[in-house]
Design a protein around this ligand. Structure first.
Ligand code: EPU
Length: 337
């Protein structure tokens, strides 16, 4: 395996930030991955998937291991369901389209989310009323220290809103190598409850949408709101939507009656960070080459040559202003390196 020194990561992060890996290796098979881990046991490691959920603010001194495991297949099926397995390095959207083209249901609302399959369980990606935990069965992962393979069942993943065991209890201990999803072959649970999807389908006069119709609607909505990383560097939502106490929510609502919210529980409420940021006047603002997207205030963008530090500074300014204005702390969803 070819370990490259001083490797530019610009093409390996969707923010398009120039940063270097002191050492970089791409692995294309699980045995190769085991070898790299074993031969570099003493060295600090940094695991890189699709680079779609990170902000690089410095060069990486560790050995960067790029997980480039490819392959997807049906592993089991009955009359109603199919179990599909994808290797970690497959592009998520291409995998979703592959399932839809075979009329397998369950992932259509998550069309066009950037990134690779292997990182989807880490933050339990979700969009338009669906999260991967809804169809996730298990994932295989390799323990970095011992190189042992472990299967994580759904319950072992402790999925929450943009959360999982991989961000907490076993953080930085495992590399996910493949994921299995259970999808429908018939009686698809079409989920158009999300307002934007209903409106998009109505626009095309679609009354009984197919999986492909839902996927196309999601693609159209995302393309209208979210910048394409190939054209404008970004990492999707930079912040999580904050979950706050109902007491705090009521205080904020008294001052800002038009605030939107989703009920989480009796005592907790989720509020859209995009709305808070837009109301605070940041939407579309630009600071040098770092900025806030004009159509979706949750997304920070790199207009060309922004450094990770510049983007981080903008994010901190937003957090400070939101806290001062509403008393709400918003947290980054993106991993800041
Ligand atoms: N809003 C604003 N201004 C904005 C953005 C949003 O007022 O600039 C308001 C909208 O009007 C709407 C509410 O906030 O009432 C929610 O907006 P939207 O439907 O666009 O979704 P979001 O909460 O901003 C979340 C996910 C997205 C996902 C969408 C659709 C998080 C952090 N983000 O965004 O995920 O695509 O819902 O389901 O949960 C991502 O994680 O990278 C991502 C793009």
């Amino acid at each position: 395996m070819n370990i490259i020194s001083n490797f530019s990561l610009k093409k390996h992060n969707t923010f398009g930030i120039e940063a270097k890996a002191k050492q970089f290796v791409a692995v294309h098979s699980v045995p190769d991955l085991k070898t790299v881990l074993l031969e570099n046991k003493a060295q600090e490691k940094f695991i890189l998937g699709g680079g779609s959920n990170m902000l690089l603010t410095q060069d990486i001194e560790a050995l960067v291991i790029h997980i480039d495991l490819k392959g997807k297949k049906i592993i089991k099926e009955d009359d109603d369901f199919v179990w599909v397995e994808s290797q970690a390095g497959e592009n998520w959207h291409e995998f979703v389209l592959w399932t839809i083209n075979q009329n397998f249901g369950g992932l259509e609302n998550m069309s066009l989310i950037p990134g690779n399959v292997g990182t989807t369980p880490v933050q339990n990606i979700g969009a338009y009323g669906t999260e991967i935990k809804d169809t996730f069965v298990l994932c295989q992962a390799i323990h970095i220290e011992s190189q042992e393979i472990k299967t994580f069942s759904k319950s072992e993943c402790h999925f929450g809103y943009r959360e999982s065991v991989f961000k907490h209890e076993v953080k930085d201990q495992y590399i996910i190598t493949s994921v299995v999803f259970k999808l429908t072959k018939r009686n698809h649970k079409i989920n158009t409850s999300y307002g934007d999807i209903t409106a998009e389908l109505e626009k095309h006069n679609i009354k009984t949408p197919t999986l492909k119709d839902v996927s196309n609607a999601v693609i159209a909505i995302r393309q209208s709101k979210l910048p394409d990383p190939k054209e404008l560097g970004n990492s999707g939502s930079f912040f999580k939507n904050p979950i706050i106490t109902r007491t705090l929510f009521n205080e904020v609502k008294a001052k800002f009656p038009e605030i939107k919210h989703y009920d989480v529980s009796e005592t907790e409420v989720k509020v859209p960070a995009g709305w808070l940021i837009e109301q605070a006047g940041f939407k579309g603002k630009r600071f040098g080459d770092a900025g806030i997207h004009k159509n979706q205030a949750l997304v920070l963008v790199n207009y060309g040559n922004a450094t990770g530090q510049e983007i981080l500074n903008v994010s901190k300014e937003i957090q400070k202003t939101i806290f001062e204005k509403y008393g709400i702390a918003i947290e980054a969803e993106v991993n800041v390196i």
